[in-house]
Design a protein around this ligand. Structure first.
Ligand code: CTP
Length: 415
């Protein structure tokens, strides 16, 4: 594995010679790219000695560019890891800046990008830093850490760079680079629905659901990292298509149903995270409806239940549903698991606006004879844990394992 290790100017940079050794012990070739301020914390001499390669730090270094240009370096990388990542580099990456070698390289690479933030705990919790973290995460950058503990500034809290061993394990671990063999879902096709649907009333109005699509997009990124081919069928959201994922955009529940069934015969796993409208207006007016009386009535009809229709297929993939509930979370979720004949359901409490348009989420996952709680965590980390659980349940029920699927099949009359 070829790793470009970007080092930025934080005190944790003193740990990078050790990080390079840990990466090389795991068989990686490591090319260092330093920012100007990284040299305040660690010397080029030390880094060159442990990496065995000349250090790159200057976009305008003609000699280095002649032997491997920054574009070639961007192509060479299987993974770009930035450790430590300061608040400054996060801001520059979030803004798409390209004023130096490291930021230019990140824009020019198709490899997965991971950052290991390291900064004072108050800086880390600053809303500007958190907004940049969320934006980077949405765009598919893996945020590794930070860890909690005592900090170089004498304070204690969240902001420590993860330890070199931990970072090396993650980035060289199976499935970190999309499509890499050896991931938990390597060789599998995963189809995911995400975001809301829009059900037209007339040319200027529609009915929709509250959903940012963040959870589905994070699951798509995590499944791609686990080695799967991922098809993401997305309702209208304000998110960039995840790297390494085939994203298809749809509007209505009927479009999403069609797009899902177009690809479902290839799927080993289906994850329905979309907030699909359950009803649509019977007809969409072709001209703008003018206001008349004090009240108006819309006649609605059920939309096809995409999840139930997939679970009812004779050769159904491993099917995972979501249940967003304001009350009786586990009762309703287990009811949906059984009624829709699912392999697994992810239950999400949405009382008081929880889970909507936020970056953190806590869920309960249920299957026929089991249950697991996932406490509040970032959607990207949660997605990684859910994908691991899905892969292990898939293996238990469809792989070499022998557990039967739920036997209750409800034929859905809407489909
Ligand atoms: N779903 C779907 N197609 C629909 C409606 C829902 O695929 N037309 C999926 C969602 O993506 C989610 C799960 O079904 O995975 C939600 O189950 P559902 O019973 O429809 O929940 P609600 O829409 O919240 O409806 P209710 O609680 O009223 O039963």
């Amino acid at each position: 594995m070829n790793i470009v290790l970007g080092i930025t100017g934080g005190i944790a940079a003193y740990k990078t010679p050790d990080l390079i050794r840990r990466l090389r012990e795991r068989g990686a070739d490591v090319q260092i790219v330093m920012t100007a301020s990284a040299g305040e914390f660690v010397t080029e001499t030390a880094l060159q000695a442990v990496s065995g390669r000349p250090i790159r730090s200057n976009l305008w270094d003609r000699e280095a560019e002649a032997s491997m240009s920054h574009i070639e370096l961007a192509r060479w990388a299987d993974v770009v890891l930035i450790a430590p990542a300061t608040a400054e580099i996060m801001a520059r990456l979030a803004s798409g800046a390209a004023a130096d070698l490291l930021t230019t390289l990140v824009l020019a690479t198709e490899a997965p990008v991971a950052i290991a933030p390291a900064m004072n705990r108050v800086m880390w919790s600053n809303p500007a830093v958190q907004a940049n973290r969320a934006l980077l995460e949405e765009r598919g950058v893996a945020i590794l850490g930070p860890g909690r503990g005592s900090q170089a500034c004498g304070e204690t809290g969240a902001g420590r760079m993860l330890e070199p061993d931990e970072l090396a394990d993650i980035v060289t671990g199976p499935g970190f680079a999309p499509g890499e063999t050896g991931g938990a879902l390597s060789g599998k096709t995963v189809v995911i629905t995400a975001g809301p649907t829009r059900e037209p009333i007339d040319p200027v109005r529609y009915l929709t659901n509250r959903s940012s699509g963040k959870m589905g997009y994070a699951l798509a990124t995590a499944a791609a990292r686990a080695g799967a081919r991922v098809v993401l069928i997305s309702g209208p959201v304000d998110l960039a298509p995840p790297r390494g994922v085939e994203t298809r955009s749809v509007l209505s529940a009927a479009d999403m149903h069609r797009a899902t069934h177009d690809v479902i015969s290839d799927a080993d796993v289906f994850i329905a995270s979309a907030a699909v409208a359950d009803y649509r207006p019977v007809t969409a007016a072709d001209k703008k409806i003018k206001k008349t009386g004090e009240t108006m009535t819309l006649e609605m009809v059920r939309t096809p239940d995409i999840l139930a229709s997939v679970a009812a297929l004779p050769d159904a993939p491993f099917t995972v549903g979501f249940a967003a509930e304001t009350d009786n979370l586990l009762g309703y979720a287990r009811g949906k698991l059984e009624n829709k004949s699912l392999d697994m359901i992810v239950a999400n409490c949405v009382r008081d606006g929880k889970a909507f348009d936020v970056d953190d989420n806590a869920v309960e996952v249920l299957w026929a004879d089991g249950q697991q709680s996932f406490p509040t965590t970032g959607k990207s980390a949660l997605a990684g844990e859910l994908v691991d659980l899905i892969a292990s349940r898939y293996e238990a029920t469809r792989g070499t394992g022998t557990e039967p699927r739920l036997s209750i099949i409800r034929l859905n009359d809407q489909t």
